[in-house]
Each structure stands twice: as structure tokens, then as C-alpha cells.
Design a protein around this ligand. Sequence first.
Ligand code: AMP
Ligand code: MG
Length: 409
Amino acid sequence: MSKPTTPPRHTLRAEEARHAMLDALTPIRGVERVAIRAALNRVLAEAVIAPFDVPAHDNSAMDGYAVRAADLAPDAETRLEVVGTAFAGKAFSGLVGPGQAVRIMTGAVMPHGADTVVVQEEVRVEGAQVVVPPGQRAGQNLRRAGEDLAAGRPAIPAGKRIGPAELGLIASLGIAEVAVVRRLRVAFFSTGDEIASIGQPLAPGQIYDSNRYTLFGLLSQLGCELIDMGVVRDTPDAVEAAFTEAAACADVILTSGGVSVGEADFIREITGRLGEVSFWKLEIKPGRPMAFGRIGSAWLFGLPGNPVAVMVTFLEFVQDALQKLMGVAPLPELPLFEAVCRDPIQKKPGRREFVRAILEGGQVRLAGAQGSGVLRSMSEANCFIVLDEAQGAVAAGDKVMVRPFRGRL
Ligand code: AMP
Ligand code: MG
């Protein structure tokens, strides 16, 4: 990244900012081996290779009878001698000869000689014999060896975040330990002379710090290693000292507040002094100003101060940037859904707006007050209505695009 030659009031569309940011970043290095349970929510550093075929043997997909397809008359019933039983975990060790069948349970290994399973609901049992109706297909109701995974092939690619399905898959291969990317170290602090920490009495004009807590939640969900640096005063010296300390130990520095162009806003200036900075006025609402840059080997994301703007900019920009740094393989864009909006929304064309809303039964309505400091409506909402740059006002009954939070918050 080079020093910006454009003046600092650089206005970017959301997509331009996302791409500029993602293009600049490269994944961190560093791998550690962890026990399978500790791998939950971590990012796989190396592909998991199947050490054997899954399933290991041809086995029955149904409860029924293992038979030889060649024995079955195509147009008439076939009478076979039942010579034994195959259970899951307890195979039938003999051979199924001509005219013979073996009672078989779901998951049991196919006995030698048999190649087809007839489901039990379709047969008639008469003493030691079973009568199979016509119309069976050779090879039916089997799971083939290696059908799910072939030995030596990747079962899970590197770059995958390990969730419950991956844990089960790894366990099914008998693998006790996997290689994961080391945790991304994120140092974060709030700025502002008016910001008090929990436990301090509020002086007149002060408010409690909420951004460090929403960021704690968002970063924890991503599996980052957190370095909480508290609240930093609005002076150049305090911001510089915090940056220097953070850059020495973290991969990423994440701040909130102090990034506008007010007299107490030093994030941009100090980042420029210690490193390199791009300062963006984003064409989004809420969350207009944002700084992106580098101090030493640490990446800096300077988020706005308003609590909802912090969440919007984190979810829209920072989250994917951190995932890229963690080595997560790019994920498909989260889909937007169309829904009928029950409430009118005031908007002028120009910015992309994120409106806190409640989606219920294909309809969406506003979630309370939309001020960019109002976290309560963020808590009540289950989605954003995303109104694109060109969109104007929305009338009640109009269709809008909606992005649900689940999995994101
Ligand atoms: P700033 O960008 O620093 O001017 O902050 C914008 C608004 O967000 C101001 O009203 C701040 O009081 C508020 N704000 C900034 N940081 C925090 C914080 N950590 N927690 C709650 N509100 C904050
Ligand atoms: Mg401030």
C-alpha cells in the first residue's frame, strides 16, 4: 500500500472500499496442531486427507435381504433360502451361494457373493425361505466403499472454518488432531474523552463505552485472540502510545471513534505519522468515515464512533478482511432476500443504507429508532434492509432487499 496522493476526503462506494481492502491483505502465517474439539471455529491450515475409504466396505442402505441379482427372475417371484444374518458391526462371514439370501441390517457389510439388497417391506417370509417379487434392480440399496470419500483424497480443503459438520467428518476418519491457522491477534481500543469504562461513575457528559463490548463479541465469534486496550484519551500522545504498543504485539489494530475530521479526531493523523493510511468517506449510512492502513506489520481499521456504525462497518468490511487474514477461503456472498416492507422509509439517492428491521413471514418492518447511536434497535432487529445507492424513498408495500443477521451476529 502506498501513501495516498489524493486528499483525505476520499469518498468511496461500499464495494470499492471492500475490494481495495481485500486486495491489500494477505493471510497470516503460522500453523498449530490442536486436538479435534479445540479445532471448533478454527481455520484449517492443511487439507484433511481421508486415510481410508468411507465407507470402508460396501454395505446395506436398508434393512432387508442381501441377494444375488443373477438369481432373480425378471417377471416372476423368486424363492431363496435364508442362510444367515448380517448385522451392522457383525458381518456374515460365509458366502451367499446361488439360490441363497442373507437377512441384512442397515450399515452391515455386504456378504461375499451378494450384490443387491431387497428391502424387507417388499418380501414375504415363509419359514426359512424368503420370496422376492419381480422388478428388483441389480446393485440397489447399497452404499459403495469409497462412495463418500476415497482414500488419499482431501476430505476438507485448507481454508475451511471448522464447524460441527467438519468436526464430525474429521472424527469419522479417526483423526484426533488437525493443523489450524494460528489465531489472529487483534488489539482493540475505544477513543474519546467522554467515554467511561464500566465501574467508573459517569461524570456529566460522559457515556459508558459500548463499542469495546460489541467488538469483543464480534471478534470472539470470529475466533480472534483479543488484546483489549481499554479507552484511550483524545490526545495525539495517547493515541500514538496506544498504536505503538498495539503494533508491537498484534496483527490487527481495531479502533472506534476519533476518525472524523473534528478537532479531537487523531486516528487518521497519527496512523499517517507512524505508518500509511487511506482515509475513506464511505457512501454508506450509518458509518461514513473509516480509516484503513498499516502501522509496522499491523493492519489498522479505524471505525467510526457511533455504536451502530461500528457494527455496520465491522460486518460490511472488517469481518471479511479479518477472514482473509485468517486464511479463510473466500465464501460466497451472503444472499439478499426480497421482502415486502410494511413501513415507509425516507431516503435520498446517494448512499447505501442499512436499516435495522424485523423480518417475519416474508414481510419486514422497521426495528424502532434508527439513529446511529441506538443499539436497542440493533438488538431488536433480526436483519438489515439494504437500500442501494440509487434507491430513493421506500413506500409502505414496496419490495426491499433484506439481509438476515443469523450466522453473522
Ligand atoms: P466520534 O467519531 O469519536 O466523534 O464519535 C461519534 C459518536 O459516537 C459520539 O457521540 C461518541 O460519543 C460516540 N462514541 C464514540 N465511541 C464510543 C464508545 N466506545 N461507546 C459508545 N459511544 C461511543
Ligand atoms: Mg470521539
